[in-house]
Structure formats: structure tokens, C-alpha cells
Design a protein around this ligand. Structure first.
Ligand code: CA
Length: 245
């Protein structure tokens, strides 16, 4: 049974979530503050499968909790609840390491679908789908290009002697693009197949992920060579750009 930690100080909302998620067959714990969430998660995030994290909390807010968790090397899939109309919050949430977000008020069915998506993607990643033939030195769970290698099983990106921890969503997106090496990938198919979103959704979230991935893998993120923008479509991953070893 999957376990969910709900971090929400509005008790009627928290208890509503508990009731409905339990009805879906999840085991649910609720905490009301960021400090209590960190107390539960920092020693052993593996006790939970997904975290639903509100941004507006008394004391440490959701962004701080997210950042502290990721800095401590805990990459438990986390969905943040942000206030509608605060586009900057979504960006901040992703910067802090969130995997997904929903704006309040949200529909319960959508929250449940997103939680299911986070759980499935974790399994999908763990199942190590073989990558399409590409200039890779290794098979299975890792992919090497130039002086970089992505270790999907460890959620790590190695660039020369540096190691960057990836969030589950960063790793999933990179995996998806690498599998389609050389081909333009529309934002819509990323939303549908990586995020599991079929409704009309703002595609800015994807652009934010690409900005982050470029910071890791591009020597000059303003002049990308691996993660190219395909105008009007989406993005294209190139493992071995011309003129680069
Ligand atoms: Ca709140």
C-alpha cells in the first residue's frame, strides 16, 4: 500500500484529502507544519511514497521544506499545492525541487490522477526501459554522452567530476528526450507522456525544466548544444553535437 504524507495547515482541507485518499486505498499521514514534515521525512523519506506539500504553511513554508529535503538528498516524489495566480510560485516550487504542482483550488480527481502519475513514473523509471540505440557506452539504467552520464537508477547526472542529483521529474524528462534522440519532441507529448496530463495545461512548466537541465548539461546554457529548442514545437536532444567530442 502506498503511503502519502499530506503537509497542510488548513485542517478541513487536510482531513478532506485524508478521507478521499484513504478511499482510494492509500495510507495517509497528515502534518500541519513544515517543521513536522521535515521531522518525518529527513530521517527516512522512504517511509512515504509521495508527499503533497502546501506552499503556505506557518513557520517554514513549502519552498523551504522542499529545498531542505532535496539538499539532504531526499528525492521522494513531491507535489506542491500553490495559490492560483501566483505563476512565480510554480517556478519557485520547481527551483526548490518539486516534481509536480497543482494550483488551489483544485479538483480532487485531478489530484488523485497526479499522485497516481508520480507513483507510476517512479515504477516506470525503476523498470529501466532500454534506451534506443544512440552513442551510448553503457546500456540499461545509464546513458553516456560526451563527458556526461545520466544514471537513471540513482537519479544522478555526472558531468566530468561533478555529480548533480536529479529530481524524479528531471530524470523522467531527460529519459524521454534521450529515447527520442535527434527528433523534435512536442511539448504536448512531454506533458501527456512524462507528466500524464491530458487536460489543457500551461506548458511553461516544461520550459522551466529545460532551463534547469541545460544548467546541468550545457557548457553555456544560453547556447545549448544538447537540449535544443525547436521553435513552435518543443525540444530536441542531441547526444553528439557536430564539432564536439
Ligand atoms: Ca496552507
Amino acid at each position: 500500500m502506498s503511503r502519502i504524507l499530506v503537509v497542510e495547515d488548513e485542517l478541513h482541507l487536510a482531513e478532506g484529502l485524508r478521507f478521499n485518499l484513504e478511499a482510494e486505498g492509500y495510507q495517509v499521514d497528515v502534518v500541519e507544519t513544515g517543521e513536522a514534515a521535515l521531522e518525518r521525512l529527513l530521517p527516512d523519506a522512504a517511509r512515504f511514497d509521495v508527499v503533497v506539500l502546501d506552499v503556505m504553511l506557518p513557520g517554514k513554508d513549502g519552498f523551504t521544506v522542499m529545498r531542505e529535503l532535496r539538499q539532504a538528498g531526499q528525492f521522494i516524489p513531491t507535489l506542491m499545492l500553490t495559490a492560483r495566480g501566483h505563476a512565480a510560485d510554480i517556478l519557485l516550487g520547481f527551483e526548490a525541487g518539486a516534481d509536480d504542482y497543482l494550483t488551489k483550488p483544485f479538483e480532487l480527481a485531478i489530484l488523485i490522477a497526479r499522485i497516481g502519475g508520480l507513483l507510476r513514473r517512479r515504477e516506470w523509471l525503476a523498470a529501466a526501459i532500454p534506451l534506443a540505440p544512440a552513442p551510448s557506452e553503457e546500456a540499461g539504467d545509464s546513458f553516456t554522452f560526451g563527458d556526461k552520464s545520466v544514471h537513471f537508477d540513482l537519479l544522478e547526472l555526472h558531468v566530468r567530476d561533478q555529480v548533480f542529483p536529479l529530481t524524479l521529474m528531471e530524470a523522467n524528462l531527460l529519459h524521454f528526450l534521450i529515447q527520442r534522440e535527434g527528433k523534435p519532441v512536442p511539448r504536448k507529448s512531454m506533458l501527456e507522456e512524462v507528466w500524464g496530463l491530458h487536460e489543457d495545461t500551461d506548458t511553461r512548466a516544461i520550459d522551466n525544466f529545460i532551463v534547469r537541465l541545460r544548467r546541468y548539461i550545457e557548457r553555456d546554457p544560453t547556447k545549448p548544444r544538447h537540449l535544443l529548442t525547436v521553435r513552435g514545437v518543443g525540444y530536441r536532444f542531441v547526444a553528439a553535437p557536430a564539432g564536439e567530442k
